[in-house]
Unconditional design. Structure first.
Lengths: 144, 315
């Protein structure tokens, strides 16, 4: 089948188009693209409500004021995705030390944030680009 | 055999949470036609299912590949432990049409025998994979892939199962198709090293998966035509690769290749296998994958290609 031998080439060509579409002219940050502080604040508002009531991970947040956590997460994400913010709170390593958070618990939290981004109306592409920036946090939170 | 192997594994389940696991959806790939998690024709370094370090996941799969005068049906089960180890058992059955076996006899006897029964070649595969290092999903601040080492022990069950004629006679007793084509052994072990990386948000916000696997093997057509050959009984390194894009949270499209050594030659000449697939992951419990596969030459069928369908379950 000659046709099939063309498929890898066709897939590469498609990738090329997708990639070049990405390098568009104006250089808007991901932060501005998704609607800045207002959007991030809504995303974490939705996520935190769910996280605090989760039977597996909710207990970690007992005594942590919702507003404080929400502001910290917004600030941190803002900085990571090109917004005009500078996170000045405790480092992730500091704030998770001694909690012995399990991998499973981290993944549960990731899915809440993912779900909130979807529910707030971010596109799949925006969600993935944000996730790319948040992903390395795993190694600043799990099993410390 | 599959039952005997899986029963002891079931006793492990109280050790940990045994649901489909908490890792990101689609990050376990599918169970390929050899039972190992990854793409359809090549293993990935990712451990099958969605286990975290604290979880255990069971899997089951059925697969069908239609190739004109041949068809391949496989089924199997596996267990993934703590995002570290994956163990699988798979039974493959290659059906060969009567038209094709008749042609084999016609060739062998210079046309004296032109009518033979259809036949099947079965193979069992026991696979084990260990994640060595790396986190191909969450280490997004570096290019480093996840690396896994694996083995597939393969036993051809019809190495010396004779072909019969419609009148019940057996012209070549204890000579199965693999032996007839010049294979030397009925079993072998493939050793492979896989490097896999998921690139989140690339390209253009989609997620891209890349995988490269090196396999050290003596298998002829995956072992379905036995292992090694008279005159060339050496294992060789074969290369396999996958590229896939997650175009939505539940759908991946991609393409794969897998080289083969062509040890037997002649009728059993081997070509590089390629496929193009679409996989659908509606939730973490099930996935459905359809593919178009091109195997190149199979004995007496020069250009072999067809549709592949597999359903995978995780629990």
């Amino acid at each position: 089948m000659k046709l099939l031998k063309c498929i890898p080439i066709a897939v590469l060509a498609l990738l090329n188009i997708l990639l070049s579409g990405c390098a568009s002219t104006e250089k808007q940050s991901l932060y501005d693209e998704i609607g800045g502080h207002k959007t991030l604040n809504t995303v974490y508002g939705v996520a935190i409500t769910r996280i605090y009531t989760d039977p597996v991970i909710g207990h970690y947040f007992k005594g942590v004021p919702k507003k404080h956590l929400r502001d910290q997460l917004v600030l941190q994400t803002c900085e990571l995705i090109g917004g005009p913010c500078e996170y000045d709170g405790k480092t992730m390593l500091e704030s998770h030390k001694g909690l012995n958070i399990k991998e499973r618990e981290f993944y549960i939290l990731v899915e809440y944030v993912q779900g909130a981004m979807r529910d707030v109306g971010l596109t799949y592409q925006q969600e993935n680009r944000i996730l790319k920036k948040l992903a390395p946090i795993k190694y600043e939170t799990v099993y410390l | 055999m599959i039952k005997r192997l899986l029963l002891p594994l079931l006793f492990l389940s109280p050790l940990a949470n045994a649901d489909s696991g908490s890792r990101l959806i689609a990050s376990g790939g599918i169970n390929g036609f050899e039972g190992t998690a990854g793409g359809g024709i090549t293993p990935w370094a990712f451990i099958g299912g969605y286990t975290s370090k604290e979880e255990v996941n069971y899997s089951a799969n059925v697969q069908y590949l239609s190739l004109n005068d041949y068809s391949l049906t496989t089924a199997g089960a596996g267990i993934s432990l703590f995002d570290r180890v994956e163990i699988s058992v798979q039974r493959q059955r290659l059906d060969i049409s009567a038209g094709l076996t008749s042609n084999v006899f016609a060739l062998l006897t210079d046309g004296a025998v032109t009518n033979a029964n259809s036949t099947t070649i079965e193979q069992d595969i026991v696979g084990a994979k260990v994640k060595l290092f790396g986190d191909g999903v969450f280490t997004q601040n570096s290019w480093a892939p996840q690396i896994a080492l694996g083995a597939q022990y393969k036993k051809n069950r019809d190495f010396d199962s004779s072909l019969s004629l419609p009148d019940g006679t057996v012209p070549l007793p204890e000579v199965g198709v693999p032996l007839l084509l010049g294979a030397k052994n009925d079993s072998g072990t493939d050793i492979y090293l896989s490097a896999t990386k998921l690139w989140l948000g690339t390209p253009s916000g989609y997620n891209l998966l890349t995988n490269l696997t090196a396999r050290y093997t003596k298998a002829n057509v995956f072992g379905l035509l036995g292992f090694g050959a008279e005159g060339n009984n050496n294992a060789e390194v074969e290369w396999e690769g996958s590229v896939a894009v997650l175009i939505s949270p539940t759908t991946a499209i991609g393409t794969e290749f897998r080289t083969q050594t062509n040890r037997l030659g002649g009728l059993a000449e081997e070509d590089t296998v390629i496929d193009a697939f679409i996989a659908y992951f509606p939730n973490k419990s099930i996935s459905i994958t359809a593919a178009y596969v091109d195997l190149g030459n199979l004995p007496l069928q020069e250009s072999t290609s067809g549709f592949y369908l597999t359903v995978n379950g995780n629990f």
